[in-house]
Structure formats: C-alpha cells, structure tokens
Design a protein around this ligand. Structure first.
Ligand SMILES: Nc1ncnc2c1ncn2[C@@H]1O[C@H](COP(=O)(O)OP(=O)(O)OP(=O)(O)O)[C@@H](O)[C@H]1O
Ligand SMILES: [Mg+2]
Length: 351
C-alpha cells in the first residue's frame, strides 16, 4: 500500500513568545521558547496523541496546526497548502476545515443557547446545510454523539460535564472537519465519564474516518485511543511512533521516565523510585545540548555539549537521543497503560 499523503505536516516549526521584562529599563525582549523545531506528520484517518509534561508545548503545537498561533519560523502544510504565511484565504480555509474540542466543556458553550441552538449556530455560520434542513441535521448530530433529542432544549447549565462535552464534539463535527484537535478534552471530566467520551471518539473515528490530534496527560487514554503518539519535551518531539511500540519499548529516556512515573493503583505496590528527577528547565533559558540532559540518568558529555539530537527513525519509530533501540529496559509500568476498567469497551452509555 502506498503511504497516504499527509493531511497536516509541520516542518521545523519554531514558535517563540515574546515576553517583556529584564534589563535595566525592562526593555530587553525575552522569549518563551514554546516550540523549538517540531516536525510532525498526520495522515488522513489517523489519531495522533501528543503527550508530555505541562509546558512542553502541546497546546501551542495544536494551536499552530490550526493556524491559531503565528509561528516564528518553519512551515505548516495543511492538505497540500502551506498555511504558515498567515494569508487570509489560507486561514479562512483552516477555519472551515478544522475544529477544536476544548478542555472545559461548560465554559466552551454559550450559556444562553440550548444544546440544539449551539449546534445550529455552527451549521448556520459555516453554511453547512440549507436553512430548512438545520433542525434535522442538529438531530442527526445529537444522535451521533449519543444525546437524545430531549437534551437539545437544555442549556449548558442543565447538562452534565459529559453531556456538555458531547455537545462540544457535535459542534466540532457539524463543521465536517478534515482535522480535529482535541486539547485535554476529557481532563476535566469524572473518570467514568472520561471512558464514555473516549469510547465515543473511538466509535466516531471508526465510523467517520476522522483525523484527530489528541492532546492528553493521561497515557492510558492515549494508548487506548491513538494510532500514533508524539512525546514532547520543552518544545521538541523527542519520540514518535506507533502507540504500542512507543509505550512498550520506548527509545528516549524521557518517554521511559514518563511511563515509569504512572502512579500505581494498587496500594500494596510501592511507587516507582522517583523515575524522573527535578523540574524541566525554564523554556526561557534552555540548557545547551539535549534539553533533557540535566534530568537524564544516561546523559554523557556529548549530551551536554553537542546540539540537541535530531529525530532518528527506524521501523517507523523515531527518537531524538544518542541511545540505541534496546538500550532502555522495558518500563515496568508499561502494562499499567492497558485500559483501566473505566476505559474498557463501550457499554450502557446513558445519554
Ligand atoms: N501566549 C503565551 N505567551 C507566553 N508564553 C506562552 C503563551 N502560551 C504558552 N506559553 C508558554 O509556552 C510554553 C508551552 O505552553 P503550552 O501551553 O503549549 O504547554 P502544554 O504542553 O500545553 O502544557 P499543559 O500540559 O500545562 O497544558 C509554556 O512555557 C507556556 O508558559
Ligand atoms: Mg496545554
């Protein structure tokens, strides 16, 4: 099978946020180095997970993919067209063909509109269907996300968190987007509801061949949902590949440490001994060499002195480290990433 053309591709994307301050007059410009050369490919129909500690640049990358954040250098190509120049017609196209699902479902919805009206609004603004077909399409979309028609008349305050998120997903689907970026879209929900929303994503991606970039802290969720995963550290992708390979045999010590740091649910088993020491360095003042070296148990002189390693690729599994595949032991906690009970197959969803 020929590999499909990418739907979205970033090439060496750098995104530095200017921040004021510093210097005797507070005039010198400093930068938060949020993205430092990110190259990522997302193919049609794929669900790609973005993981990494807080501040690693996941949301910034998600926003850059959607043209919501101007990049400092590099390229973002969407469906064959470079959109990084910020041309109005390119951005308009991105608006028409992409959608975002947000973390806080209640706040993402207009409190004055009912669920049905919130979905109808998207259909109207994007001129998706003729006026007289809007009501019918709203019903279809509600059904698609597992909400009964009676909920269409409720305002967000009268819906549960999970129901609000289903409305948010229906609004995203109303656009018929080529790409959805979901940024921590289940993090604010109860654990049992998280499972239902993940199952909804799994169902939708099978039925509608959705292309999704799924940003999440929870590695078990990413393992359940995503075909591929990219691990970010201080604005770089340090490892990328098929989810199963990355989680079962990580090639970057940062990925291994992330997996090792998954909390043990069984209270009789002691927590892993601080697999990852310290905090990430400041994104305003990145260390020389590999940015992970101050925390890396495998760091050598060249990791401190040489430029950060490029992503190397073997067997569709990329890693940015001097270690060779097999140098790292299989993480003891990798099995813990198998679906926890709340993430197992769909059953008895209540609308
Ligand atoms: N508008 C902004 N101005 C200045 N700095 C910013 C801005 N947005 C993000 N940053 C900084 O850029 C870095 C990356 O932030 P980002 O929100 O992308 O991280 P993240 O991986 O999504 O983190 P989290 O898991 O906490 O959501 C952080 O250091 C953040 O403080
Ligand atoms: Mg974020």
């Amino acid at each position: 099978m020929r590999p499909q053309a990418p739907l979205v591709e970033t090439d060496d994307v750098v995104l530095h946020f200017p921040v004021s301050g510093g210097g005797p007059l507070g005039l010198s410009r400093r930068f938060v180095k949020a993205l430092n050369g990110v190259s990522l490919t997302v193919r049609p129909g794929e669900t790609v997970g973005l993981v990494g500690e807080s501040g690693s640049g996941k949301s910034t990358l998600g926003r850059a993919l959607l043209g919501l954040e101007p990049i400092t250098s590099g390229h973002v190509v969407f469906d064959g067209t470079s959109v990084s120049a910020g041309k109005r017609q390119d951005l308009a196209r991105l608006r028409r063909e992409t959608a975002m699902v947000f973390q806080d479902p209640l706040n993402a919805l207009n409190p004055r509109l009912t669920a049905g009206e919130a979905i109808a609004e998207v259909l109207r603004v994007h001129r998706k269907v003729p006026k007289d077909e809007i009501a019918g399409r709203v019903d279809e979309l509600l059904t698609l996300v597992g909400l009964g028609p009676s909920l269409a008349r409720r305002k967000p305050q009268a819906l549960s968190g999970g129901q609000c998120q289903r409305v948010g997903i229906a609004r995203a689907l109303a656009i018929e987007p080529k790409l959805i970026v979901a940024d921590e879209c289940v993090a604010a929900l109860d654990v049992s509801i998280q499972g239902q929303i993940i199952n909804l994503f799994i169902d939708l991606k099978d039925r509608m061949k959705l292309t999704v970039v799924f940003i999440a802290h929870d590695l078990a969720i990413v393992r359940r949902l995503c075909d591929r995963v990219a691990v970010m550290y201080l604005g770089r992708i340090v490892e990328e590949g098929p989810t199963e390979k990355v989680f079962s045999s990580p090639r970057h010590p940062y990925t291994a440490a992330l997996i090792e740091s998954i909390p043990e649910i069984d209270p009789d088993i002691p927590l892993p001994e601080a697999p990852m020491q310290g905090e990430p360095p400041s994104p305003m003042n990145l260390p020389p060499g590999c940015a992970f070296h101050p925390r890396c148990p495998h760091a050598r002189q060249q990791c401190r002195a040489d430029p950060p390693p490029e992503l190397r690729r073997r067997d569709d599994h990329g890693w940015a480290c001097i270690l060779e595949p097999g140098d790292l032991p299989r993480p003891q906690t990798a099995d813990r990433l198998h679906p926890a009970p709340h993430l197992q197959s769909p059953q008895g969803e209540h609308p």
